[in-house]
Each structure stands twice: as structure tokens, then as C-alpha cells.
Design a protein around this ligand. Structure first.
Ligand SMILES: Nc1ncnc2c1ncn2[C@@H]1O[C@H](COP(=O)(O)OP(=O)(O)OP(=O)(O)O)[C@@H](O)[C@H]1O
Length: 287
């Protein structure tokens, strides 16, 4: 499927939650949608899912607008941070409702995952712990087999072991049947290896959109004596630089090989660090 974001803005009062953003996503692919608190990620995902209208611009999914368009909305499953399900429903009712709504729903997978995450079909949503409710969201997202599946920080309260299980199952399912997965999280280092493409939002704008491998290949840290590092980075784009005890480390847009050839020490930069420093740079300096 193809998602075209065309000059989309969303304002709440005087606040520009999204500020004329444009980009295209083509699947199947796993996207990491990253950014600091308030960057506009949730707003974007809600407009994409047809839950909220943009103030200006359009999001087109295979050429169609999602709002009030059942053909498109049944192709999209958005799992949010919480409150995905009515509290009085039982787990089995939740599964039935989603089965009814999503044409590609995989009931066998849903029941298998209910067992894996130790949920009870007869338990009411309000009786689930935070982590169990998150697990139910994850199960629904995976079993929906929706061609566009969106996870917006889907694992509040879920422990590390269950999160690991989720990543593994997500990859397994993705291999079986590929789709567009958009994953928004603040636990970036935990999941960054899953991402095939990374989008970083900042203040309602898109600060970076890059294939994850390209990002890893064209950014690195360089460490050495201050004068040597300063000389090396003088004609390069610097993300951030730090000094300690006569040594300097700079994060730059450059390939590790070039740094090594210059006799300096190169290391890859975790995507989480990149996100932090890229969004600290002034607007307009980012790319
Ligand atoms: N319903 C709303 N009413 C008023 N302002 C809103 C509303 N929803 C979002 N905003 C504002 O829009 C901006 C973007 O919010 P959004 O929730 O999209 O950010 P986010 O990147 O998802 O943040 P987080 O990582 O904290 O979830 C914020 O300044 C937020 O306060």
C-alpha cells in the first residue's frame, strides 16, 4: 500500500501539532516513527487512521482519504498507548468485534497469542492489569493482519520479557505476511533493529526520513585528540561534539571507513542518541 502525506497541518487552538508535513511511505515495510514528547506523532497516526481530520492537506492511502471511508479504515489497525477497548467487554468479546471489523483477521493467531500472553478469554478489560491490557492491544494489532498496522507506544506496563516476545512475534508475523507496520516508541534502542525506515518528527515537522541501514552507514561517532577531530570534522556536517580530558568525540554525517582511514576511532551511533541530538539541533539545520 502507499501512504501519501500531502502538506498536512493540524492545529489545536494556536498550537500547530502538525505543520505542513509531506512525505510518502510505501510498503510493505517496518517504519520507526520517533520524536520527543509533543512532536506530533500521535496526531499524525490518528489522522492516518481516519480518527481525526487534518486542518489542512490530505493523507491519501492508495489514492483515497481515510476519514469516513470503511474500505480504507478496515485496512488500518491503530493500537494506542491505552484505552483501546471498552472496559466492560470481556477479552473474547474484544476479539469477536475486531474479527468482525478486519477482513484479514487471523483467529487462530489471536487465540494462540492469548495463551502466550496468559490472558483469560472470560476476563473483563477492566479487570486486566496495565500490562495485560497492553498485551491485548498487541494481540489485536497482530491478529488484525491489517495491511497498515500502527503501534503507538503499545506496551505501557508490559515487562521486558513480554516486550521481547512481542518483538519476536511481530517479526515472525511480518515474515509470514508483510504489511506496513508503523511503530512509535520511546524505547528506541530496544526496537531499532526492527526498523527498515526511520522517521523523526520535531515540533510538527519531519526532521528526518531515511532508510535505517543508510542512517547507520552514513552517521558515526569520531573520537580522537581535539585538534585531529576538529580538523577532520571541519568540512563535515556535525550533529554534536563533546570534549573530555583532551579528547573529543563528535557525531557526524560520515561513513565509519573514512574515519578509520584518517586514523581516528569510529563507532556507530545508536538511533536513540541520533534522535536526541538531531532534535536538539535548531529547526532548519536538521535533515
Ligand atoms: N486534542 C488535543 N487538544 C489540544 N492539543 C493537542 C491535542 N492533541 C495533541 N495536542 C497537542 O499537539 C502537540 C502534538 O501532540 P502529539 O500527541 O501528537 O505528540 P506526540 O509526538 O505523540 O507526543 P508523545 O510522545 O508525548 O506521545 C502537543 O503540543 C499536544 O499538546
Amino acid at each position: 500500500m502507499k501512504i501519501e502525506v500531502k502538506n498536512v497541518s493540524k492545529t489545536y487552538g494556536k498550537k500547530n501539532a502538525l505543520d505542513h508535513i509531506s512525505f510518502t511511505l510505501e510498503g510493505p515495510k517496518i517504519y520507526g516513527l520517533l520524536g520527543r514528547n509533543g512532536a506530533g506523532k500521535t496526531t499524525f497516526m490518528e489522522i492516518l487512521s481516519g480518527h481525526v481530520l487534518a486542518t489542512k492537506g490530505d493523507i491519501l492511502i492508495d489514492g483515497e482519504k481515510p476519514f469516513d471511508n470503511q474500505k480504507i479504515t478496515e485496512s488500518i489497525c491503530l493500537i494506542k498507548e491505552g484505552d483501546n477497548f471498552k472496559k466492560d467487554l470481556k477479552v473474547k468479546h474484544v476479539l469477536r468485534i475486531y474479527e468482525y471489523f478486519y477482513p484479514k483477521w487471523d483467529n487462530e493467531l489471536a487465540h494462540q497469542l492469548i495463551q502466550e500472553f496468559n490472558l483469560k478469554l472470560n476476563a473483563k478489560v477492566k479487570a486486566l492489569s496495565k500490562g495485560m491490557e497492553s498485551a491485548l492491544g498487541i494481540i489485536v494489532g497482530l491478529a488484525s493482519r491489517a495491511p497498515i498496522t500502527i503501534f503507538d507506544e503499545p506496551y505501557i506496563g508490559l515487562d521486558a520479557a513480554s516486550r521481547k516476545k512481542f518483538y519476536e512475534i511481530l517479526l515472525e508475523e511480518y515474515e509470514k505476511e508483510k504489511r506496513i507496520v508503523i511503530f512509535s516508541t520511546h524505547l528506541i534502542d530496544e526496537v531499532s533493529l526492527l526498523f527498515e525506515e526511520v522517521l523523526i518528527m520535531q515540533d510538527g515537522n519531519l526532521a528526518l526520513h531515511e532508510e535505517a541501514d543508510m542512517l547507520r552507514n552514513r552517521t558515526c561517532s569520531v573520537t580522537g585528540k581535539i585538534e585531529e577531530v576538529e580538523k577532520f570534522i571541519s568540512e563535515r556536517e556535525v550533529i554534536v561534539k563533546k570534549q573530555l580530558a583532551g579528547m573529543m568525540t563528535a557525531y557526524i554525517f560520515e561513513n565509519e571507513d573514512k574515519v578509520n582511514k584518517a586514523g581516528l576511532k569510529a563507532e556507530s551511533i545508536p538511533i536513540q542518541e541520533l534522535m536526541i541530538y538531531l532534535t536538539e539541533r535548531k529547526k532548519g539545520a536538521s535533515r
